[in-house]
Design a protein around this ligand. Sequence first.
Ligand code: ATP
Ligand code: MG
Length: 511
Amino acid sequence: MSVAEAMTPRAIDVETIGMTKTFGGLTALDDVSLRVRPGSFHALLGENGAGKSTLVKCMMGFYQPTRGQVLVNEMEVSIPTPRAAHALGIGMVYQHFTLVPSLTAAENLVIARAECPKVIDWGRERKELNAFLETTPFKVPLDMPVSSLSAGEKQKLEILKQLYLDQRLLILDEPTSVLTPDEADEVLGLLRGMTEARDLSILMITHKFREVTAYADDVTVLRRGRVVGGGRVADLSVGDMSRMMIGETEIRESASRTEQKGRTLKLELAGLFADDDEELPAIEAISLKVHAGEILGIAGVSGNGQSELIEVLSGQRPLQDGRIFIDAKPYDPERQMMDRFKVFGFSEEPLHNVAVPRMSVAENMAFRSFDKAPISPVWGWLSPLPMRNRARELIAAYRVKTPSTDEPIENLSGGNVQRAILARELSGDVDVLIVANPCFGLDFASVAEIRAQIMDQRNQGAAVLLVSEDLDEILDLADTVAVMSEGRVSYQSPMENTDRATIGHAMAGHH
Ligand SMILES: Nc1ncnc2c1ncn2[C@@H]1O[C@H](COP(=O)(O)OP(=O)(O)OP(=O)(O)O)[C@@H](O)[C@H]1O
Ligand SMILES: [Mg+2]
């Protein structure tokens, strides 16, 4: 691609007509027509399970629609595979990173090309890359391994990759969930600039109204697979859009915090040290106390040791040094002790971490399957009928959208997998609750629901350790806040003695 070509405004016009997709008896998409005008920034809203990902997967050639067409620049096209979508200029950026961590940004870009040669002439590639970079507002360090980039830089690189592949409609599925608010604004601002220059059209799935009002021109709202509204963003209020999304469903009010007197110490972390996968120190001398009836919120920019801490506490990463105590007794994060001390937990990406994708919703809700053998003679007491009945109750209580209790959990939408696993972990008798980014990817009604559930557990006396990259979540829920920075606790305070600015400052590494 020459510089001159890259400069030509070439945003494409993409339209779906009557898109319908059924999975067995379930109509996930029902007659969806949507138009992304050339050079526009189009937001796609809808509650968990509304059909947003299904729609864009049909546009990307991951799924074949049951009925319906895609038009590019007003011509009907066929998109049998993702490769065909790319050839038409349609590219997608996912919520999770797809880059190779050990390679540099430059290497990632070059190997992403379909026609990437077997023997790479790096001198030439580098020249072309530099020429290409001149044409984009996205700047990312090119010569460092991707693993050393911040989340914001990685997301920028994902987008850069699509631009490098010359895609002219970018589909973004919740692109900002891994970013801090400032990073999100930077990335969306740059994209907005490219749409205004008519270099790019954008279709963005998001759960954040703020992003819709600040960056999108048009919006389409899906509900139960159908288009229930939309139009110019300038003509719509947040109230209008949220009503379209959830109709008359009531949103759970945030649970009020009940007074907890004379709290007893429940969970104590005493000088924890652990290494990351490269055997470099990931957490160092972490000492924290959580009392019964207290939520300790751990804030911090991702990649400062939070995920390693969670892995240590859930028994997935060895401790190098330090002790964990519950009720002043030594605690090892393994199955029997978890049961004995009533320790429950939940982390983001449940489908990879705490669920068994191919097993049914009912099975996943019955077992904490990641460390238990499923259906074995020992589990005879958990015969299918009571298991299904229990699952049915939880599905209703947590409003999990699934065709049946027998559906493989991997077929549920992202937000609904999350709800199913939360139901399992929150519905028992909980003394210690360890959660990381529990609302990642959830729609606003579910966020309210889940936060209220966590507060309920606290009010009933559970000690809650909440790791969250979402500062609003910490401000909303925590009694005490701690900030992690470079593997250490760099700041700690009762919530009533601190504020957003002070915590934000500590998160940025100033203290
Ligand atoms: N491969 C599949 N097999 C069976 N059902 C599926 C499959 N993919 C999606 N579904 C169902 O289609 C419906 C729409 O799911 P989809 O993933 O499109 O929702 P979404 O709007 O992206 O939700 P979220 O905000 O939670 O990501 C859901 O009921 C889901 O269970
Ligand atoms: Mg989705």
